[in-house]
Design a protein around this ligand. Structure first.
Ligand SMILES: [Zn+2]
Length: 600
């Protein structure tokens, strides 16, 4: 789940429910890969829903929410208590805690009446993982007779995600490619046709900050989401596009502001074991070496090439930018230590009632894993993960139960996917979306549950990535039936949308919903939402103290779960599939996917 602090211990470093936050932070408190990002706080002025253009009321002939089965919130709490009990040992992938968790989920799905979700007749999708530990090595830059050595960790943090003993850059030519972005919807291409095969790309972090033509002091809201971060800003994107271009290496110049965290977070997150999916191609399609260099060293590197960092950075914020071959070569050899573990997604379904539409799926996700057993905090070594994410998992089980209780199932089928290794970098959901059990073109939507509200009823409900897809219209309508409003993420610049399991669906084109707690609590002071969130972030997030507390109140979670149940039900009943809103970065992918599936 998303919040600011993260506990970094061996094997879990790049883990988590979210990604790098975008505000400068003062310590190694954030987690660039997974979970880390502050949830919106209660003190931010509520934005009316009308700020962002949503669609008209959803057209589906709808059953009023009041006519749908209720969510059994006592059962949700019982699931949370069980999954977060010490007996489950913090639900670490590949541990005894995983075995207990997987068995519990299968038992519950059977009891509820949800069928095996895999086509092989089981509730299991196997997820093979590999742990990769890089061995320190310097990066050597050369130009003519001049040489600069960048020290491991101090100056450069690099690794190879290839499942191999090691990888090298051998006098690979460096090319500065600005932000490294290819974004057709913004008519933006930082490569301009330059062949970068075998080269090592030097890139800037975050989106190109394009000035607003009407006001140079502001960012253009029509370009890369304005202040909000788009996927093009994420470090994951930078390495992916480099691989797509056939580059040998990719090095991001770190800057604290645009990255959202200081270089010491990079140092603590990527210098020990990282988990990845075991892929048939052993990840050999990735660039040989990926990494970050410090700002200081990035500036020196460009100076060595006779260039100025500030000038290049300015050029890179324009559409006219052209890549700059630097006349400098890079050499580096990284050795790996590898180990593999087998983990599991648990998958169940409620089959649809329509003869053909039942082959289409609404997919709910919730990550079952947490951090397992780790360093003691106040004498406690079990990271129970009650909010993160026993709560979402328990909520999903009871949404499944509500579907099973319907007198007639909806037209489309509903899939319940409890995914593993979210804390390791969204790996279980990534596995499902790259090797889907049911075609993605037949996947109507993804609805993700990561952390429930445990503090009582709210007048609102937050949608991360507000305005991204038609699913937001469904949420608005359902919440409206409860007399509640929806609100955008208070911190869109942090890119929360890219940091939990729904993102893997979005990335593959499937409209995906990332709901978050409301902040306007009924009968509470205005700052209550912020206070409980800050308190959790500071004291319990990714700590052994994330346990069920005596003051928990799930009445707000019950309302949220009812909304998410109604949304899934109505999408499963609708005449048309929900789509991405125009201008969304995932829309082109979805359009192509649906077109390919329809054979036109
Ligand atoms: Zn987490």
């Amino acid at each position: 789940m998303k919040t600011t602090t993260v506990l970094l211990f061996a094997g879990l470093l790049v883990a988590g429910c979210s990604g790098p936050a975008q505000t400068p932070a003062s310590g190694p408190a954030q987690n660039p890969a997974g979970d880390a990002a502050q949830k919106p706080a209660g003190d931010v002025a509520r934005k009316p829903a009308s700020d962002v253009a949503l669609g008209p009321a959803t057209s589906v002939q709808r059953t009023p929410m009041a006519a749908l089965p209720d969510i059994d919130i006592d059962a949700v709490l019982a699931h949370i208590k069980m999954l977060s009990s010490d007996r489950f040992e913090g639900r670490g992938p590949g541990t005894r805690g995983e075995e207990l968790t997987v068995n519990y989920l299968i038992d519950q799905f059977k009891k509820i009446g949800a069928k095996p979700g895999n086509t092989d007749g089981t509730y299991i999708e196997k997820v093979p993982l590999v742990g990769i530990t890089p061995t320190p090595a310097p990066l050597v830059l050369r130009k003519g007779g001049a040489e600069q050595r960048l020290a491991w960790k101090d100056d450069v943090v690099a690794w190879t995600k290839r499942m191999a003993d090691g990888a090298s850059l051998d006098s690979s030519e460096l090319v500065f490619v600005g932000y490294g972005v290819v974004a057709p919807e913004y008519s933006w291409d930082d490569y301009k046709g330059l062949d970068v095969k075998g080269k090592t790309l030097v890139m800037l972090v975050n989106d190109p900050p394009v000035a607003d033509p009407a006001n140079a002091a502001e960012l253009d809201p029509k370009m890369f989401g304005g202040k909000a971060m788009t996927y093009y800003g994420r470090w994951t994107y930078k390495y992916e596009i480099a691989a797509e271009k056939g580059a040998a290496g990719a090095l991001i110049i770190h800057e604290t502001g645009p990255a959202g965290y200081p270089f010491d977070v990079v140092q603590s997150s990527w210098t020990s074991e990282q988990f990845e999916l075991v892929t048939p191609g052993k990840s050999m399609g990735r660039v040989s070496i990926e990494g970050w260099i410090s700002l200081d060293q990035g500036q020196r590197l460009l100076k060595m090439a006779g260039r100025d960092f500030g000038t290049l950075k300015k050029q890179a914020a324009t559409r006219e930018f052209r890549p700059v071959p630097l006349g400098v070569t890079a050499s580096m050899t990284i050795r790996n230590k590898l180990r593999t573990i087998d983990s599991k997604n648990v998958v169940a379904k409620v089959e649809g009632s329509h003869p053909t539409l039942k082959n289409e799926y609404v997919v709910y996700t919730a990550h079952w894993d947490h951090l397992g057993i780790g360093p003691a905090v106040n004498g406690d070594t079990i990271y129970n993960g009650a909010e993160d994410n026993a709560s979402g998992t328990g909520g999903m089980l009871e949404i499944a139960h509500a579907f099973a209780k319907l007198p007639a199932p909806p037209k489309r089928s509903i899939l319940f996917l409890a995914v593993t290794a979210e804390e390791q970098g969204l790996l279980g959901s990534e596995y499902y979306t790259v090797a889907p059990i049911y075609p993605l073109a037949k996947t109507a939507a993804n609805i993700n549950l990561d952390g429930l509200n445990v503090h009582g009823r709210t007048r609102d409900l937050t949608l991360i990535g507000y305005g991204a897809s038609d699913l937001d219209d469904y949420v608005r309508d359902a919440a409206g039936e409860q007399g509640r409003t929806i609100r955008p993420d208070a911190e869109p610049e942090k890119g929360h949308y890219y940091r939990s399991d729904h993102f893997n669906f979005a990335k593959q084109g499937v409209p995906a919903l990332d709901p978050d707690d409301g902040v306007d609590f009924i009968g509470r002071p205005a700052d209550f939402g912020r206070r409980v969130r800050d308190d959790y972030t500071q004291h319990d997030y990714h700590k052994p103290s994330d346990v069920v507390k005596p003051d928990w109140d799930l009445s707000g979670a019950r309302e949220d779960l009812k909304v998410l149940f109604a949304v899934g039900y109505r999408v499963a009943e609708a005449d048309t599939l929900p789509g991405w809103k125009p201008g969304n970065e995932f829309k082109a992918r979805r359009d192509a996917q649906l077109k390919a599936a329809s054979g036109h």
